[in-house]
Write a protein that binds this ligand. Structure first.
Ligand code: 1CP
Length: 348
């Protein structure tokens, strides 16, 4: 018998092309990671976190773990936004349970140290992971690639570790905008190349994480979040036409509408604080994704049920992808993720 000529399109891609998919596709930020015992088992044996990111076998296995357990509609490549500074030649380490630590950029003069032309070559193992995952992923599951947005990645490169006031990064951006723009340019260029290489290796869509753009005031939000993202969207579209792009401007608040209109992203991932009435309004012009509070997932039970139903009721009538408003927290019981998937799928 001959194979059917048309394979059904992935639910995630249908939703990203503005189709109403009911029940909505679901995947979760940080769906692979520390809350899963099978991840912790692999992590325990690895020399360090980046070694996992650069091992195609292990990274592919970790990418597939939540798919096997929960049957989600999309896998997200197991990697990190900080592989980009690492590939540019900055030393990046991850301390167990404490987050990343980077050798930091002290002055604009140090930008010449960054190895821009070879960065993407150094990320070859990441693209090999994409190819392996694609071979093993069930055919109804999409694969999402990603990168950090320039502002967010720049904050790690300048702060070195998490100063949540961003004193050094902001002082640089406000005080020496030309030098800061040079760093942002390097990150725009490298992100475009990194995302296009993931597309070439086979990802079905990409997400750009701007986890810290919510701390920028007014014009600086335009200059360091919206403008770089406009260039990334244009650059990726030129190299990988048709690849859907999801933006995650976490904490953008009142700037969300302008971010969507100006960047032209196919979908916007909403953090937990975005009111559902506002999300429904945005949905008229863009696909929305989100925005369950990760704490509701951690809590489980009636709290999880009530929060989930409220979101599906408010957003399930338009183009929508169910997700969290930020990543799965390490102490989340895996059972709650299974319950969430069942709840969203029962909402037909
Ligand atoms: O110790 C460990 O085992 C490492 C924990 C861990 C994991 C599982 C880190 C360190 N990164 C990751 C994977 C990761 N990071 C993925 C892929 C898998 C998935 O989502 O399932 C993705 C998409 C990221 C993205 C990422 N890394 C972001 C953007 C999203 C967000 O959470 O806001 C950011 C800011 C990072 C930096 C980073 N890497 C790791 C940690 C703990 C952090 C956050 C540090 C901080 O809060 O400043």
């Amino acid at each position: 018998m001959s194979k059917p000529l048309i394979t059904p399109r992935l639910d995630l891609l249908r939703a990203l092309s503005r189709e109403l998919v009911s029940p909505p596709p679901i995947w979760l930020m940080r769906q692979a990671g520390r809350y899963l015992p099978e991840y912790r088992e692999i992590r325990r044996k690895a020399p360090d976190f980046l070694a996992l990111c650069y091992s195609p076998d292990l990274a592919a296995e970790i990418t597939l773990q939540p798919i096997r357990r929960f049957g989600l509609d999309a896998a997200i490549l197991f990697s990190d936004i900080l592989v980009v500074p690492d590939a540019l030649g900055m030393k990046v380490t991850f301390r167990e349970g404490e987050g990343p630590l980077l050798e930091r950029l002290e002055t604009a003069r140090e930008l010449t140290r960054l190895r821009v032309p070879v960065a993407v070559e150094r990320l070859a193992p990441v693209y090999e992971t994409v190819r392996r995952v694609k071979r093993e992923l069930p055919e109804n599951v999409a694969l999402i690639g990603f990168a950090g947005a320039p502002w967010t990645v720049a904050t790690y490169m300048i702060e070195g570790s998490g100063d949540r006031e961003f004193v050094r990064a902001k002082t640089w951006a406000y005080g020496d905008a030309a030098a800061f723009a040079a760093l942002i340019d390097i990150l725009v260029e490298t992100s475009i190349a990194h995302l296009a290489a993931q597309a070439e290796a086979g990802v079905d869509a990409v997400q750009v994480f701007d986890s810290w753009c919510g701390v920028l005031p007014d014009d600086d939000f335009d200059r360091w979040c919206i403008e770089p993202m406009q260039r990334i969207v244009a650059g990726v579209r030129a190299k990988a036409p048709g690849l859907p792009i999801i933006g995650f401007p976490r904490g953008a608040g009142l700037n969300l509408g302008r971010y969507v209109a100006a960047t032209g992203v196919d979908a916007v991932s909403l953090d937990t604080t975005v009111p559902l009435a506002h999300a429904a309004e945005l949905q008229r012009s863009v696909v929305v994704q989100g925005n369950l509070d990760p704490i509701a997932l951690l809590a489980g039970g009636d709290v999880l049920g009530a929060h989930t139903r409220r979101i599906v009721k408010a957003l399930g009538q338009g183009p929508f992808i169910f997700n969290l408003g930020h990543g799965v927290l390490p102490r989340t019981p895996p059972k709650h993720v299974g319950e969430l998937v069942a709840l969203v799928r029962a909402g037909r």
